[in-house]
Design a protein around this ligand. Structure first.
Ligand SMILES: Cc1cc2nc3c(=O)[nH]c(=O)nc-3n(C[C@H](O)[C@H](O)[C@H](O)COP(=O)(O)OP(=O)(O)OC[C@H]3O[C@@H](n4cnc5c(N)ncnc54)[C@H](O)[C@@H]3O)c2cc1C
Length: 455
């Protein structure tokens, strides 16, 4: 049997629909995704990945690559195909002298934070510990350090990649520079990344946390937030949110279940300056909750993990945005008041500061000139809410089109958004198509926000 032969060739193992582990593996972060692959190849190393690719080709199977399995669109799985599951490739080597980390693709952001923080170092990553480092990096990588240190891809210095041909290659600024360019934002289109090498920065503790205001004052808060952050130093980051205060002990009883607006701050400058930096924010309109305090960076990066565990229903859509006009705020407020479930939310993630210092054409990530990535997130524990969360997200998204600067962040798209991929890469799209043709002419890697090879 072909599958038995594959099993003998790899150090990892194969999981089939008849195995007890199968349902656990096909249950990814977004419980709305229900796909049944033919087999999972649980790879232990890059040579297993090569074998999995040859097997898929010889048996005409579609493939998916599973990093952290966190992608909202469920791109980590493929119906009736072969999943290259990287979850057990979890080595992280931190070199404190060169300030570098070599990270295998099965790590989550929490794994990365843990390994770097103990040395007083950090990689700019995202705001949820369950997210996989692979998909996050290949799509760009936004988070609390974006204004201070740029995107995750701005710290990538080398990747080792298994191509569609099965060849293992290195990509950095001197070797296969075109591939290296494409990997920094182009998603999983070009091959399976089996190792990432990043530059780290020295950060241990931050002054951070959420401040909340009543939804009735959202207009004032959004205006203040817009103007204040525009002129703030790169040491200050804050993402804006509409949310419902969780019904949890950590929050005052009087606020629980209230719809509010808020900003989650992260200050990385001198602790002596903290009072001065936050004074105007605290004075502008005293927040109804102020939980900003000193904490280790990994605590901030996983602050909301308890509220958003794996296994919820997720549906999201997003835009790139440049401004918060009175008119757009009116529309935002309509949808904030109509958030359909307690976990549904909307975030505006800043993309300015250090991220603006890299030229648009220097990496595949083509929208560095915007101020925010917007994400509209419909979430519920209850599968019965599927329709209401989808309806709310789509209508909110449609209402924002006039205020969008075009395209969307590929890591915040559902699979139905394929028609937006071109817009999302803007002037970089044709270059990406040429590189795709060189490294993956048959579009073998297509379970992603797909870049079609040039003709
Ligand atoms: C709760 C939550 C919070 C988030 N917060 C942030 C945030 O703060 N900042 C941010 O930028 N994004 C954020 N995201 C989005 C996140 O970056 C994407 O969902 C990303 O795709 C997750 O990566 P993954 O490895 O877990 O995904 P997977 O679902 O495993 O894979 C996603 C895609 O990447 C491809 N891929 C994965 N690994 C590899 C590899 N090694 N080689 C080649 N291709 C690969 C897959 O084929 C697939 O197309 C968040 C998502 C969620 C659900």
């Amino acid at each position: 049997m072909e599958i038995e032969k594959l099993a003998q060739k790899i150090d990892g193992r194969i999981v089939l629909p008849t195995d007890t582990e199968y349902d656990t593996l096909r249950s990814i972060y977004n419980a709305m995704v229900d796909k049944r692959p033919k087999l999972f190849v649980k790879c232990k190393n890059k040579y297993d990945v090569v074998q999995a690719i040859h097997f898929a080709k010889n048996n005409s199977l579609e493939i998916a690559i599973k990093g952290g399995g966190h992608n909202g669109a469920g791109l980590a799985l493929v119906e009736n195909g072969l999943v290259i599951d990287l979850n057990e490739m979890k080595s992280i080597q931190v070199n404190v002298d060169s300030l570098r980390a070599v990270i295998e693709p099965g790590n989550t952001l929490a794994d990365v934070d843990k390994a770097t923080h103990e040395h007083g170092l950090a990689l700019p990553i995202g705001v949820n510990g369950y997210t996989g480092i692979s998909g996050l990096t290949l799509g760009g990588g936004l988070g609390f350090l974006t204004r201070k240190a740029g995107l995750t891809i701005d710290h990538l210095i080398e990747a080792e990649v298994v191509l569609a041909s099965g060849e293992i290659v290195t990509a950095n600024k001197n070797t296969n520079p075109d591939l290296f360019w494409a990997l920094r934002g182009g998603g999983g289109n070009f091959g399976v990344v089996v190792s990432f090498t990043f530059n780290l920065i020295a950060i241990k503790n931050v002054f951070a946390g959420p401040m909340l205001w009543p939804l009735e004052s959202a207009n004032k808060v959004m205006n203040f937030y817009d103007h204040f952050t525009k002129n703030a130093s790169q040491d200050l980051y804050g993402f804006f949110a509409f949310l419902t205060v969780p019904d949890a002990e950590a929050f005052p009883e009087s606020l629980r279940n209230q719809k509010v607006c808020g900003v989650v701050w992260c200050y990385t400058g001198s602790m002596d300056e903290v009072e001065k930096v936050f004074k105007p924010i605290r004075e502008f309109g005293p927040p109804i909750l102020d939980a900003v305090t000193e904490m280790p960076l990994p605590a901030l990066n996983s602050l909301f993990d308890w509220a958003y565990p794996p296994g919820l229903q997720w549906y999201w859509k997003g835009h790139y945005m440049n401004e918060l006009t009175d008119e757009s705020i009116k529309e935002h407020l309509k949808f904030a008041n109509a958030m359909p479930t307690a976990k549904s939310t909307m975030h505006l993630y800043p993309v300015d500061g250090k991220a603006h210092e890299v030229a648009l054409e220097d990496t595949a990530w083509a929208h560095r000139d915007v101020r925010w990535v917007q994400v509209i997130i419909g979430v519920s524990e209850d599968p019965k809410d599927k329709k209401v969360i989808i309806d709310w997200s789509r209508k909110y998204y449609d209402a924002m089109i006039p205020y969008s600067s075009g395209g969307g962040y590929v890591n915040f798209m559902m699979h139905e958004d394929q028609n937006r991929v071109k817009q999302s890469y803007k002037d970089n799209y044709e270059r990406l198509r040429i590189i795709k043709k060189k490294y993956d002419p048959e579009n073998f890697f297509h379970m992603n926000q797909n870049i079609v090879p040039s003709a």
